[in-house]
Structures are given as C-alpha cells and as structure tokens.
Design a protein around this ligand. Structure first.
Ligand code: ADP
Length: 620
C-alpha cells in the first residue's frame, strides 16, 4: 500500500510526492479513492512530523546520488560546532550515522558536506537551500506537490498560519494522524461519512475541553515578562533559538508599541521587519521608527540630527544642466569660470531656500555631484541621495512629510518631522544605515534583523560553509518567519489572553476527555471518537520521538500521570529539563491557536473523507 507512493526530489532537492497509481490507473472510486487520498495526506504529514517541537529537525540534506536524504539539525545550538550535529532521522541513511562526529568539507564538489559518524562511517551530503527551515508552512510552501489532497494539506497549514501565525506544523501532524486513524476504521468497514461525523463530535468535545484546561494569562505594560516567555516558547523550536530571549523581547515591545490595549487590537502591518546581511543575529534590534539602507552623502556631515525637519525630494537637487551643454561655447577660462560660478550660485540658492524654510535634512531620490556634495557639507545641510521611491514614501508617511516633486513647491508644511535621525555604521564594514526615529505621524516600528557573519560559532555554520552570503540571506528569511510567529503569538495574547500548556499536555488532556466521552455514544460514532482521541496522542508521541524518547512508553507514562495526579499540565519533557509539568517549564500556546488547530485539522480530514471519486489528469 505505502509503496504506491514515493517521496522523490527534483533537481533542486525539493521534495515532491509521486503517486504511482496515477501512472497506471486513471480513475479511482469509492473506498479506493478515499484510501489513495488518505495516503497522500499522510505522506505530507509524515514529512512534517519530524520537524515538530523544540528538537524538530531543521534541514533536509541530499546526497549527490539522490539516494540518501538526511535530516539534520544543529544539536544544542551551543558553540561547539563540529560535534554539534546529530542525525535524528533518515530516509535510507546508513544506520550507523546515528551520531555525527564530524562534518568535513569536500572542496571538490560545491555545497558538499561529508558527514562522519562516531564509528567512522560517512556519507556525503549536498546541502540544499530548500527548505532550510523547520517551519511547517514554509516547508510545504517549497514542496512541489502535484496532488490535490497534498495541496489541501498545504492549504491547511497556510490557514493556520494566516489565522494564528503559529502551530503550522502541529496542525498538519494532527490531520495526518486523523487520516491514519480513519484508514484503520475504513478497513474495518466503517463508512467514511460515519467517521467524519464521529470526528466532528470529538472535535467539539476537544475544543470545549481546551477551555477547561485553559488559564488566564496576566500581563500589563509594566510587566511584559509573561509575554516574553510565551514568545520564547515559540522561538525555542526555531533555528533562531540561540537568540530567543532578545528576539522575544523585541517582538513583545514591537507589538506593545503598536497595540491598542483598550480595544485589544494590534495592527501588525505597522511593524516592519527588515533584514540586512552581515553582523550578528544578536545585533537584531527594535527601532521606534524606520530604517533606510543609505548613508549621509558626505562623511563629514553630522551623524546625528535631533528634531530633524526633512525635505523629501523626488526632483533633482542640483542646478539645472543646460541640455545642449556640449554645444555651449566655452572657449575661454573666464567663460568657463563664469558658468561655474553661475551654477554654484544657483545651487547655493537652493540650499539657502531649504534652510530658510527650516529643513535640517534633505532626502533625495536623485544624486548630486561631488561639488554639490561638498557645498552641502560646508553649508551644514546634511543630505541623503539615491533613496528609492518606496522608501521615500515610507519616510513621508512616518514623518508626516510630503514628497516634493518640484523644488519650487518646497514649503515648511511639507517637511517631515522626526525626533532623531542618526547614521549608524556596523563594525568594520563600510555599511551604514540611516535610522529615522520618534517619527511625527506614526506608531510604526521596525525590527531590523542582522544575519550571521562568517565565523560566528553556531549550529548554522554548517550551512554557511560554502556560501556565506546565501546562508546569511536565508538566515534573515528564517528569522523573519520566526519573528512573524512570535509577533502573532503576542498579538493573539493581547487579543485573547487565554493559554493552554504545550509539550503535548493539552492534547493528552483532550485525548483523555474525548476517550471518556466516547462511552456515552452508543452508535458506530464511538469508534471514530476513540480514534480521534488516539490521533490527539500523536502530537506528544511525535514530540517524544523527535527528542529521542521512546514515544509509546513516554506517552503512556505521562498520560497515567495526568490521570493519577489530575494534572492536565503534564507533557513531554523534550529538553530534558527534569520536570514534565509544562507550567513549570513555561511552555504554553494560545487557547485560540490550539482550538484552531483542532478545528482546521478536523475540517480538512472530513473533507478528504468525503471525496470518493478521483479522476487523474489521464482522463482529460
Ligand atoms: P508549530 O509549527 O506547529 O508551532 P513547532 O515545531 O514550533 O511547530 O513545535 C510546536 C510544538 O512543540 C508544540 O506542541 C509545543 O507545545 C511544543 N514545544 C515547544 N517548546 C517545547 C518545550 N520546550 N518542551 C516541550 N514541548 C515544546
């Protein structure tokens, strides 16, 4: 049955699914159709299962012959790079490669890594740029899924991302488990519609039960620590884990800066997340304003302007050049100097006009020559040149200024205002960036992400070994995604401050409740309801498995602990902290996020169960 489907990789190393049936058979009906669909959905879920949780695997590596695909993750994200990688799971990887002893670089093949185990066994792996993430929505996004059901699963993850922003892996893993259980029931002759109905009832029980195990989560503007802790939980399962504390603080402060706490409303559009390659991830910062990737036009211009009044120009900031300049007869030195003087005077007037209306900074879409630049410096009018149209618009909105398309139209009212404009340079690099802060007209904040520089010891370095620029850029992209999740979590909590505990504890508690409820249903549905309870267990099982724990033993121990101690907060101790009370571990998720996972997963699985006619493209 499983053999009908294969996971394959295209020339870019992106995984895709081949449904072998479709090669031969063009149409499937009834139970065959449902079983084929279930298989497709399960295959997608299986790919994501290994990346669930704090020990979830980060990357997919592929060997040159395309055979050995190894998922690896930076071990404990600490500083000891080379010994930090262990292979957690593999598709047909040599068994002996359980523990990775070293990563060698083979310079003869681009992107080639040689993974060496403690026993000296090695295999080659070409690292691949996709999907360099453990974010469920992203992995699925990158997959070339050519199957309607698999696409539905991708949609599922996207919906969770869209509505909640977190839990995108978990929702797919849960749907996969529901499908697996459904398959079992269908084999026992239970009709798909009965299964769908039973699932529906069970999901309502679970969603309701979540409310009972939920707690209110208290925070206010003076005590943001609880919010920070929550965002840290989200970030702890991401590649940026190393900086989770500072990134979580940034996310919370950003959200609070744009939040309307009275109306419990947060407009995430006001938070711009920008990234620039170079520097350390630790240098990522929150700016109460905007950043522009430009510098002052002259190195001797002031690096800091307080209470800046900004002229924003889309017209050239220079004397008009005669269009037929080359035909102007400059036959004497005197004539040349007169012309030059005229030009200088003209520009001097322009500068004076800016100063007269009160501008202390000019930001231009166009450039100006060295001479003009020198003059600006001398007349003490700082300027920034070659600023893109989009950035100009952003500056205008934030500073409450107006874009001026013709120099004559410059008036005091059109100047933008910012409490502080400063140019910041980064370490030894020549990179300089303009910060426009405490802007007049906007609560907009910017999170400015720095990439990982070469030689920074971190788990990520393996990926950066060959192409730092590429690795850095991806690191920034990954950080953006992770921050997005953290921002969403903070927003969700401001919106609704109920939480449930993580580490699979909420799922286990729901599983117990749903199982107990099944007895109340005399009909066939009770089997589907029990199956739903079993599917909920797959989340803690996946968390345990990904952390190297025995899944079944761990689950049953935690479950009986929950029942015995009447404690719904027991979950999987993924990081071997020493307690599985998730309250003590501070591992929690939002109630609405968890409810949404259950609802969405159920909805998609019901949909899949109701499709009983599959026509492959061969028919057309
Ligand atoms: P998703 O994309 O679904 O958010 P993640 O890979 O972020 O997937 O994993 C989230 C799961 O990991 C949740 O079930 C969460 O409760 C669990 N989790 C996160 N951190 C911990 C931790 N420190 N200990 C145990 N479980 C954790």
């Amino acid at each position: 049955e499983e053999k009908k489907m294969a996971l394959a990789f295209d020339e870019f190393g992106r995984p895709f699914i081949i449904l072998k049936e479709q090669e031969q058979k063009s149409r499937l009906r009834g139970l065959d159709a449902q079983k084929a669909n279930i298989s497709a959905g399960k295959a997608v879920a299986r790919i994501l299962r290994t990346s669930l949780g704090p020990k979830g695997m980060d990357k997919i590596l592929q060997s040159p012959d395309g055979d050995v695909t190894i998922y690896i993750q930076p071990g404990s994200h600490n500083d000891n790079v080379d010994h930090n990688f262990h292979i957690l799971g593999a598709y047909s990887a040599p068994d002996a490669l359980d523990e990775l002893a070293a990563v060698q670089v083979d310079g003869s093949v681009p992107n080639m890594q040689r993974l060496v185990s403690a026993e000296g066994v090695f295999c080659n792996a070409i690292y691949d740029s996709y999907p360099q993430t453990n974010d469920g929505a992203t992995i699925l996004e990158q997959m070339d899924v050519d199957n309607q059901i698999a696409k539905l699963m991708v949609e599922l993850s996207r919906s969770q991302d869209y509505e909640i922003g977190d839990g995108t892996t978990g929702v797919v893993v849960l749907a996969g488990a529901l499908l697996e259980q459904a398959e079992r029931l269908l084999e026992h002759g239970i009709h798909p519609i009965r299964v769908a109905e039973g699932y529906e009832m069970a999901s309502r029980i679970a969603v309701e039960h979540l409310v009972h195990v939920a707690q209110k989560f208290d925070f206010d503007e003076t005590n943001i620590e609880p919010l920070v802790q929550t965002c840290m939980t989200t970030l702890s399962s991401k590649i940026v884990n190393r900086c989770k504390r500072s990134l979580a603080e940034i996310a919370v402060k950003a959200v609070l800066a744009v939040a309307d706490l009275e109306r419990k409303d947060v407009n995430l559009d006001l938070i711009k997340v920008e990234g620039k390659v170079g520097g350390k991830l630790e240098d990522t910062e929150l700016i109460y304003g905007i950043v522009v990737d430009k510098d002052m036009s002259h190195p001797q211009m002031p690096k800091q302007i307080e209470n800046a009044k900004i002229a924003i120009l889309t017209c050239p900031f220079e004397p008009p050049k005669p269009k037929t300049k080359h035909k102007v007869d400059i036959d004497t030195v005197e004539k040349f100097q007169t012309l030059r003087q005229q030009e200088q005077n003209y520009f001097d007037d322009m500068v004076q006009k800016c100063k007269d209306i009160g501008a202390t900074l000019v930001i231009c879409q166009w450039g100006f020559d060295d001479e003009a630049n020198h003059l600006l410096m001398h007349r003490n009018l700082p300027a920034v040149r070659w600023v893109g149209g989009v950035e100009l618009e952003l500056i205008a909105i934030a500073t409450g200024g107006r874009i001026v398309p013709r120099f004559q139209e410059l008036t005091p009212e059109k100047l933008g205002k910012a409490g502080l404009v400063r140019e910041k340079s980064f370490g030894t690099t020549k990179d300089r960036i303009l910060y426009i802060e405490r802007c007049a007209n906007s609560r907009a904040v910017t999170i400015f992400i720095r990439g990982v520089a070469k030689g920074i010891p971190s788990g990520i370095r393996l990926v950066l070994a060959f192409d730092d620029a590429l690795g850095n850029k991806m690191m920034i992209e990954e950080t953006k995604r992770s921050l997005h999740d953290a921002l969403c979590v903070a927003r969700n909590l401001i919106h609704n401050n109920s939480i449930v505990y993580g580490g699979g504890s909420a799922e286990i508690s729901c599983s117990i409740a749903v199982e107990a409820a099944a007895d109340r249903y005399p009909g066939v549905e009770q089997y589907a309801i029990r199956a739903f309870a079993d599917a909920l267990d797959s989340i803690p099982m996946a968390l345990a498995e990904n952390s190297g724990l025995q899944p079944i033993e761990t689950l049953s121990a935690v479950k009986s602990q929950q029942i015995k101690e009447n404690n719904p907060w027991c979950g999987i101790d993924c990081n071997d902290v020493g307690t599985n009370d998730m309250r003590e571990q501070n591992v929690f998720e939002t109630l609405i996020g968890k409810q949404q996972q259950v609802l969405l997963a159920t909805q998609v699985v019901k949909m899949i169960l109701k499709i009983d006619d599959v026509i492959s493209p061969l028919d057309y």
